[in-house]
Design a protein around this ligand. Structure first.
Ligand SMILES: NC(=O)c1ccc[n+]([C@@H]2O[C@H](COP(=O)([O-])OP(=O)(O)OC[C@H]3O[C@@H](n4cnc5c(N)ncnc54)[C@H](O)[C@@H]3O)[C@@H](O)[C@H]2O)c1
Length: 358
């Protein structure tokens, strides 16, 4: 099949990742790159001389040759771009969240569900080898009946006020991935919850949150997420895992962002698997999207706009619940300023904002 002609909108950190993976895949041909920032456009011209670089996205929508658009700008422009893309007959790969408010996110879901055009969203954990391995192990009955889903992701990552302002506090911007993966494991909808958070460094929004609760099918969960993990430590580290507990066995995973380790303790099998972490798994997403277009049948592992809207909605609900549960403040804004200052000058750190090297 001929390469899928694609236009990328938003050429920041994620846009650059997609360009690289789409090229490697051999399945996509990036024919346009659009960004509203001149430096981003200059970078695009340098690294992708084969693509037309534009600052008006409508040029991409109006080109009948373009089959797929990748929406990798920020959430505030996404809903409108989704609407224009479908109206122009384009398939859509979107970053999360799919819009900047729940109303707009549900509008985007409605649009996606009323067109035969293909769409997906980068809920990247669903494309990871480690979660797939664990889910397959559960499906084999090795842990008995799934009972408890525990998810934790704490890093000294994106600090309050640094960027992604349209994507909400850490538990929404990053935490929605963990809300989504808990629901994906449970294969059920959220039923009850109780959230506790803290306004670290006296920032207006919580930057760490823990929520526990139940799903409709009785599976219980706890999710802990925070970008508050030792930002000023001499040597930074993180703590990220899933811990899946059944009535008879367990499965768990941890990673150091380079390598992921999956430990499976089932009733008949015990495994310890060590493989490359895989980053944002954009290669897997692109492969599944291309396969769906080629076969005309949606790959069932592709996350849908509905999945993204649900994850976003529950991340907001858990944040709202945390506001009702005391929400103490610890630390001071001076510490936050020191963190931002350190991150501004760091060369190698967690979730540093994209530096353009034109
Ligand atoms: N799925 C994930 O794991 C994951 C990880 C990181 C970021 N993201 C999401 O990806 C999106 C992009 O994040 P990023 O880290 O690449 O941000 P970024 O700031 O590095 O890049 C965004 C780019 O979009 C451009 N832009 C803004 N508005 C635009 C518009 N209307 N038209 C065209 N270009 C526009 C900006 O100039 C910038 O170059 C965000 O929504 C973020 O939440 C998802």
């Amino acid at each position: 099949m001929a390469a899928i002609k694609t236009g990328l909108i938003g050429f920041g950190r994620m846009g650059n990742f997609y360009l690289e993976e789409m090229r490697k895949s051999g399945k996509f041909e990036v024919v346009y790159i659009c960004d509203v920032n001149e430096e981003a456009c200059e970078l695009a011209r340098r690294v992708a001389p084969e693509a037309k670089v534009v600052s008006d996205e409508q040029i991409i929508f109006d080109d009948p040759e373009v089959q797929v658009v990748g929406l990798f700008a920020l959430a505030d422009s996404r809903r409108e771009q989704i609407e224009r893309a479908f109206a122009a007959g384009k398939h859509v790969i979107a970053e999360k969240p799919i819009a900047d408010s729940m109303e707009n996110e549900w509008k985007a879901v409605e649009l996606a569900e009323s067109t035969p055009l293909l769409s997906t969203v980068n809920l990247y954990l669903r494309n990871s080898w480690y979660h797939k391995t664990i889910k397959d192990f559960i499906a084999q009955g090795e842990i008995g009946e799934l009972a408890i889903v525990r998810v934790c992701h704490m890093t000294p990552g994106l600090a309050p006020g640094e960027g992604h302002e349209y994507e909400g506090p850490a538990f929404h911007d990053c935490g929605m991935h963990y809300v989504d993966i808990a629901r994906w494991y449970a294969c059920s909808e959220f039923k009850t919850w109780h959230a506790q958070a803290v306004r670290m460094w006296n920032y207006k929004d919580p930057w760490w949150l823990q929520c526990h609760g139940t799903f409709e099918n009785g599976v219980v969960f706890d999710i802990t997420q925070g970008h508050v993990y030792g930002q000023l430590a001499q040597t930074q580290t993180h703590n990220s895992y899933v811990d899946i507990i059944g009535t008879q066995g367990i499965a768990r995973m941890t990673h150091d962002f380079k390598t992921a380790v999956v430990e499976l303790h089932g009733v008949t099998q015990t495994h310890r698997l060590i493989q490359p972490y895989g980053g944002k798994n954009i290669d897997v997403l692109c492969r599944r999207f291309a396969r769906s277009l080629e076969s005309g049948e949606r790959c069932r592992e592709l996350p849908s706009f509905r999945d993204a809207a649900i994850a976003s909605e529950y991340a907001w609900r858990f944040l709202e619940d945390a506001r009702r549960n005391d929400l103490p403040s610890i630390g001071n804004l001076g510490e936050l300023e020191a963190i931002r200052e350190r991150r501004r000058t760091m060369k190698n750190g967690y979730g540093l904002l994209h530096q353009r090297h034109v």
